[in-house]
Design a protein around this ligand. Sequence first.
Ligand code: ASP
Length: 286
Amino acid sequence: MIAVIHAGAGAFAPDERHDDYREALTQALQRAREVLERNGSALDAAQAAVMFMEDEVDFFNAGRGATLCNDGTVELSAAVMRGSDRAAGAVAAVDRSRYPVQAARAVLDRSAHVLLIGAAADRYAAEAGVEQREPTYFITERQQRRLRDAEPVFDHDTVGAVCLDADGALAAATSTGGRRGQLPGRVGDSPLIGAGTWADDVVAISCTGEGEAFIRAGAARQIAALIHGGSQLDAAAEQVLDDVAALGGKGGLIALDRRGQVAMPVSTPAMPRGVWRSGEAPTVWI
Ligand code: ASP
């Protein structure tokens, strides 16, 4: 059993509290570990880790405290994918579902669709029992300041998790508020299956970074295709990040294969991340 998480490719602002950040990453890994240790599925474990990070206000660009659009509004997106049958669910540009990843899971579990957007996605999630809040609930002073001051930090903090469960099944989950100052209505790679999120029976992937380039590279699916074609995990992940770079994009990703190999390449100064393997203590890096 393995859980791998990331909290976005970017750079750290000088005021960020590294110890608290590490603790938050460890807690997120713990959530996935608890699910896996009681024989829960990789999908439940990845969702649990991401839900923890969506709820954390100070650090992560997901759920409450996510980055803001150029008009000061918030638009949240998330996706989940189960490797065993490639079932997938996603939501984009929602602003009421407290846990966007749970809304994505509702789309996977209950609908015949893969991606729902906007107010209709929130309504669907509400009917499925996902807690709803006012859009202002998600908007924090910290993100308003960052938008107002155009702080020269390369925002990271989009979150993702990939997990391998006791049955050898893989899953991936990603959640984000997108890019700081994005146009309202803009959708990045995170909720797009095959771009920012992918899982099949061989590999699970969650990407982060300049989403437009990841979309144009078909990044996550391209990694899977390379692995199916015989590439090593590390080499495939690096090759696709190179392709993203060739399109002018920076970022990173986490990838986990069914043999338990992990790749976490990144082309920005930082990408907070962590790994837990059964029988070992969680390890985190920022
Ligand atoms: N990839 C996300 C997006 O483009 C942003 C991020 O990972 O920080 O929406």
